[in-house]
Design a protein around this ligand. Structure first.
Ligand code: SF4
Length: 480
């Protein structure tokens, strides 16, 4: 049994993944998605770029050594007291970690002498999350990995410093206090030991990000075979509470007497009559295989229609495309867009979009998520854009996902994402593998090789089809 920092990272996303990575049949593991592959490559590129900034500073590079070779070499180098080790391997019993950097520090001693090593990871993102320019929380998955290395080093060298650091995507050092995560980390660490050791398997929790996971097909089969509650939209982690009160399958939920689960003995935390009734209805829809549309929705009328979709790359904290279909409501429409062909064009592009919005006060902007609004707000703060234009946009926005699909319909699907819903009503994308994650991959491929205009074309077609899918969904509701 070997526990790695990756296990701690995965734990923050999906417990069952930790179990499968250690105990699953490798033959049932699927291919790594292009998006995950891209994240790995970006991570490596970020590390390489950071190492270049070290200039003449010498460091020991162990990246080409196998785990066992690197582990032996790392201990030798630590005993020698070298200044910096890149991709060293530290080990203690069944814990094994490969921090990006091991930095020698001399403000305290350790088993090695008058110095010790501090583990530092180089991240392709930022550690501190910000709200209105203020730090809110340090990312748990970053913190867990560094604390894991510290756990090993505490054994290996007998000392760890009171604060911990990462190097972020801007090559800045970010500091956090490991004590803030102590209780959370201890609980996670104990659970990870159980999962890796096979004493606990947890269970699949089907959600919209599972498509990116190499175990997706296996989990999907398990969920369908067991008629697991996560086949229903909006159940997710709540399934564990449902199972505790005997609601183990979709059929159990479809057949439940809601009033029984409102009384103390069977009460499910944070689930009242409305939630349970809706869940029961969704279970009935999953069993029937037919969607239903509820009465009572109202769509904007008499307005110029704009179907609007943004493409963001969260790995670069970048918004690169604003795509719009302008429709006259009588079947005629035209697609146009503002595209940042390089990250440096982000400001220019959003300013073009701001001008566009300021001239569209009589329009309704149909979107299919809250992402557009939050991205525009972030960009307004970043570039000091006119807030009255933002307010005007918010006043003209209609979110088809939140205000229509989620509120007024039920579908035989665990996700109500645009791909799932539009495909169920017969809409198809021109691209054989359409997804927001793939759009990010294509954009990054273009940035790597700007002669590849076909990548941009693929993004634009995908974005246009997302807008067309919104039209199809809205028309579907109108027909009901
Ligand atoms: S497919 Fe989903 S549920 Fe299964 S291991 Fe991956 S993330 Fe977890």
């Amino acid at each position: 049994m070997r526990i790695t920092a990756q296990d701690l990272y995965n734990y923050t996303k999906c417990k069952h993944r930790v179990y499968l990575d250690a105990n699953g049949d490798p033959a049932q593991r699927g291919e790594v998605s292009a998006f995950i592959q891209m994240l790995w490559e970006m991570g490596l590129q970020t590390e390489t770029e950071y190492l270049r900034t070290l200039g003449d500073l010498e460091f020991e590079n162990l990246e080409t050594l196998s785990i066992d070779q690197a582990a032996a070499r790392t201990v030798d180098l630590m005993k020698q007291g070298v200044a910096l080790i890149y991709q060293g391997v530290i080990q203690s019993d069944d814990l094994i970690g490969r921090p990006d950097l091991l930095l020698k520090r001399t403000d305290a001693g350790s088993n090695f002498g008058g110095y010790y090593y501090e583990p530092i990871d180089i991240k392709a993102g930022r550690g501190w999350q910000l709200r209105n320019g203020k730090r809110t929380k340090f990312k748990t998955h970053y913190a867990f990995q560094v604390i894991f290395y510290r756990t090993i080093l505490a054994e290996l060298q007998g000392y760890v410093p009171p604060v911990a650091h990462i190097i972020n995507v801007d090559k800045e050092i970010e500091e956090f206090d490991p004590a803030d995560f102590a209780t959370e980390f201890d609980a996670a660490f104990n659970e990870v030991k159980q999962l890796v050791g096979g004493q606990d398997a947890s269970e699949p929790v089907l959600c919209s990000t599972c498509h990116q996971c190499a175990w997706y097909r296996k989990c999907r089969r398990w969920v369908e075979r067991n008629q697991d509650p996560t086949l229903l939209f909006f159940v997710g982690q709540n399934k564990f509470q449902l199972k505790q009160v005997g609601l183990r399958t979709v059929a159990d939920i479809a057949g439940m007497d809601v009033s029984k689960y409102l009384k103390p003995a069977n009460k499910i935390p944070r689930m009242g009559k409305t939630n349970l009734s809706r869940m029961k209805q969704r279970a009935e829809v999953v069993l029937s295989g037919e969607p239903i549309v509820h009465h009572g929705f109202e769509l904007p009328t008499g307005k110029f229609e704009i179907y609007f979709d943004i493409e963001d790359d969260p790995t670069r904290d970048l918004t690169y495309l604003y795509g719009m279909i302008e429709a006259d409501g009588h079947g005629d429409w035209r697609y146009h867009y503002f595209l940042a062909e390089s990250p440096d064009d982000e400001e220019k592009t959003v300013r073009e979009f701001w001008d566009y919005v300021s001239q569209a006060s009589d329009a309704v902007f149909y979107v299919y998520s809250s992402k557009e609004r939050s991205s525009l707000r972030r960009l307004m703060e970043r570039y000091g854009l006119d807030p009255t234009v933002y307010d005007q946009y918010v006043g003209c926005e209609y979110d088809l996902y939140t205000d229509l699909v989620v509120k007024y319909s039920d579908w035989p699907s665990y996700t109500y994402g645009i791909k799932s819903i539009a495909k169920q009503i017969g809409f198809s994308w021109r691209d054989p593998d359409p997804s927001g994650a793939n759009s990010i991959v294509w954009y990054n491929e273009y940035l790597q090789a700007p002669s590849r205009k076909d990548r941009l074309q693929r993004i634009l077609e995908y974005n246009e089809d997302d807008c067309r899918a919104m039209i199809a969904i809205k028309e579907y509701f109108e027909r009901q």
